[in-house]
Design a protein. Structure first.
Length: 259
């Protein structure tokens, strides 16, 4: 079996690379010498990313199969065979209500990015990885992939599905030198999704976003929340050679919190 000679030669596709965990991951891997292809919907964020590190970028949506096919075609055309894929792209519609009040489109809007995209991208990329005898797949789920939450049925369903997808893929690829794992962050300050959640909560409760974050921090066993760089560090390890024996694992990154 052949493997990349070093981390420096590794070619990595990172979705959701414009901000938050995806951006931190793309920059960390690029700083280590990996060749990184970053994908996001927002061109301005990607332009900024490319100025910070030697990262190839593509602004497109992965909410449908056509977008996923475009990403794979562009990534392989620019970098060659993809050695690792990190599925960081995710959405929270911020339109959720109690289940009997849910808008009929909320589930589909959430699942298309959170579940269908990693399914399709993995489907397209895993085969070549198994043929080469080496590969890494990392999916970003959430603590919401292990527990439920009020007024979040679509989001929780999607993040539980990511964990199930990861576990099934891990068994498919295990005989071929490829691993598939998931990271499950709790509250992460500095992501567009969590920051918007705090903005909405602050507006509802007539407090500042910093005060809303302070409430979350006060409920944490560690007295603080996680930051994107900390999640990126775990992802970087999972795509390294040293993590070759780790497969099918859901790694919670929440400072001891359940949510």
């Amino acid at each position: 079996m052949s493997t990349p000679e070093s981390d420096q030669q590794r070619r990595v596709l990172v979705t959701g690379a414009g901000r938050g965990i995806g951006r931190a991951t793309a920059l960390r891997l690029a700083a280590c010498g990996a060749r990184v292809f970053g994908v996001s919907r927002t061109a301005a964020e990607l332009d900024s990313l490319a100025r910070e590190g030697p990262i190839e970028v593509l602004a497109t949506s992965i909410a449908d199969r056509a977008g996923c096919r475009e990403v794979v075609a562009e990534a392989t055309a620019r970098l060659g065979a993809i050695d690792a894929v990190v599925h960081c792209a995710g959405v929270d519609t911020h339109r959720e209500r109690a289940i009997w009040e849910q808008d009929e489109d909320v589930l589909q809007d959430t699942m298309s990015v959170n579940v269908s995209a990693p399914f399709e991208l993995t489907r397209l990329l895993a085969g070549p990885m198994t043929e080469r005898g080496w590969g890494r797949i990392v999916m970003v789920s959430s603590t919401a992939g292990l527990v439920g939450g009020t007024a979040s049925s679509a989001y929780c369903a999607s993040k539980h599905a990511v964990v199930g997808l990861m576990r099934a893929v891990a068994l498919d690829v295990a005989p071929y030198g490829v691993t598939c794992n998931a990271v499950l962050p709790g509250w992460v300050r500095g992501t567009g999704m969590s920051d918007e959640t705090m903005r909405i909560a602050a507006e509802r409760d007539q407090i500042t976003p910093d005060e809303a974050w302070a409430r979350i921090e006060a409920s944490s066993p560690a007295g603080r929340v996680t930051y994107p760089d900390e999640v990126a560090a775990t992802i970087a390890f999972l795509i390294s050679d040293e993590a070759g024996a780790i497969n099918g694992e859901a790694v919670r990154i929440a400072l001891g919190s359940l949510w």
